[in-house]
Design a protein around this ligand. Structure first.
Ligand code: GAP
Length: 481
């Protein structure tokens, strides 16, 4: 079947307890979402799968959990204070505010050359405002995306000494801890530092459900390599990341690699390749189906140099007078000192969750002609691994046996017990939430100590002895330690 659109997923997510509109009882809060009982499990499973793959299954990566609020100097020297902004334009008629670059993307006939030559108000002279339809625009101006806050109870609102930011990426927390991790863990380059955590961006145009929000979670890893070995390492990480998504079930047909053209590259990047997912299959043009799921950047030695106390600029002046450390690295084997280059795979938890939900969505018609939704999530990601269901909920022996089986399974896998409907309804509910297996306890079970195991994807059933059940399910789920 064709891929679902985001609205189908929004509706399923709310109906089944994955994602709720935030603050709904107060009318909501634009583009803020809360993860419900199954959503939090799915997010945790995505993060766990990433951490296991990135940290535990390799020998060269350490983990970190740095502060969300860092010394303001971090953002000054990383370049975020100066350059982490989107160009904004206002409609003078209705006061709506838009991203200039996104409006231009909606009007492709405006060539890149023209954009750079003309003032935004001239380029956009004939563009209708998406809100009111009139054409009366201001010039564009930069809008910094970092959320500002004040530190300390006594700080005056405009006290620059109390100004702090919520981090817009987790990466900088890694760079400023580079030496501490390297030295405490006695690491030699090449090695990496991984971090998962919340980031915040005051996006001008958030939207498309959990695709773009102002508060989101990132999974980032900074891999430090010797200059000159960066290009090979970069290509390896591009391939690794693509394969990680397919290993967890994303279809290759819905993924593509996108080489960022020079004019799109961030100020620190030598080369960046994004992994795109087909998030918007309903959009008319094929090119507009795709958007970024994660980015894999070659950040060069920009960040370690920027945060070091000593680098000199062309005139011999110190570039960073605030840092107390030189973050260069001494390579004992080669007897050389250098600033390592950094390869950065950076993924969004929430965008990954959206892609996994969209890719897992399928529909099947049963023998009564009813259409059922099946969420064919990879077992590692499924919020619930097994549901134990009694065939007769008014029979205490069957209920007791089913509850006992659930209790025996729960220390090794996420198991639930459910008797709130007929068996057809219970199966449908578990299919829709992506539970790989249902275990049904019936009258026969009381005699033969066996249960029926039903497979979500094939709807096939097999009889399994209760004594063998845990082992049977573990094998099929490939539950890892
Ligand atoms: N440290 C590099 C960095 O932050 P990025 O491409 O800006 O790079 C990495 O962000 C990933 O974070 C994106 O590929 C996306 O998955 C996720 N992301 C970025 N902004 C987001 C937002 N406003 N809402 C949800 N996810 C976002």
């Amino acid at each position: 079947m064709s891929a679902p659109n985001i609205e189908t997923i929004v509706s399923l997510a709310k109906r089944r307890g994955f994602v709720f509109p935030s603050s709904e009882i107060y009318g909501g809060l634009g583009s803020a979402w809360d993860y419900g009982p199954l959503g939090v499990e799915l997010c945790n499973n995505v993060k766990r799968a990433w951490w296991r793959w990135m940290v535990y299954e390799r020998d060269d990566i350490e983990g970190l959990d740095s502060s969300i609020i860092l010394n303001r100097s971090v953002w000054k020297h990383s370049g975020h204070e100066e350059t982490f902004s989107d160009p904004l334009v206002d409609c003078r008629e209705c006061n709506s505010r838009f991203r200039y670059d996104k409006l231009l993307d909606e009007h492709p006939p405006v060539s890149a050359a023209l954009r750079t030559l003309m003032q935004p108000s001239d380029v956009m002279r004939d563009f209708p405002c998406p809100n009111c339809g009139k054409s009366n625009w201001t010039e564009s101006r930069p809008f910094n995306l970092m959320f500002r806050t004040q530190l300390g109870a006594a700080a005056a609102e405009d006290d620059p000494n109390a100004l702090a930011y919520l981090r817009p990426e987790t990466a900088q927390g890694i760079f400023i801890n580079f030496h501490l991790v390297q030295q405490t863990m006695r690491r030699k380059v090449p090695f990496g530092i991984a971090q998962i955590g919340k980031s915040f961006r005051n996006e001008v145009t958030p939207g498309n459900f959990i695709f773009r929000t102002r508060e989101f979670e990132q999974m980032e890893m900074e891999y430090f390599v010797r200059p000159g070995e960066d290009e090979t390492a970069h290509q390896e990480w591009i391939d690794n990341c693509f394969n990680w998504y397919t290993s967890l079930g994303l279809s290759r047909d819905n993924l593509r690699l996108y080489e960022q053209p020079k004019e799109e590259l961030a100020h620190y990047a030598k080369r960046t390749v994004d992994i795109h997912y087909r998030f918007f299959p309903e959009r008319a043009e094929e090119e507009k189906h795709w958007d970024e799921l994660m980015g894999i950047a070659n950040r060069t030695d920009f960040d370690l140099r920027a945060h070091s106390k000593n680098p000199l600029d062309a005139e011999g002046k110190r570039v960073n007078p605030d840092s107390t450390e030189d973050l260069s690295y001494f390579d004992e084997a080669r007897k050389e000192r250098y600033y390592p280059y950094v390869i950065e795979p950076a993924a969004g938890v929430n965008r990954s969750v959206l892609a996994f939900l969209m890719d897992a969505y399928s529909e099947r018609t049963n023998d009564k002609g009813e259409t059922r939704v099946i969420l064919q999530l990879h077992p590692d990601l499924a919020p619930i691994k097994v549901a134990v269901l009694p065939l007769a909920r008014n029979k205490p022996e069957i209920v007791g046996m089913a509850k006992g089986i659930k209790r025996a399974l729960q220390p090794v896998m996420r198991a639930v017990y459910d008797d709130t409907g007929g068996i057809g309804k219970l199966y449908a509910r578990q299919d829709e939430t992506g539970t790989p297996f249902c275990v049904t306890v019936d009258h026969q079970s009381l005699e033969d100590e066996a249960v029926t195991v039903r497979d979500r994807d094939t709807w096939e059933q097999e009889r399994v002895k209760v004594a063998d059940l845990q082992q049977h399910l573990r094998q099929r789920l490939e539950v890892r330690g």
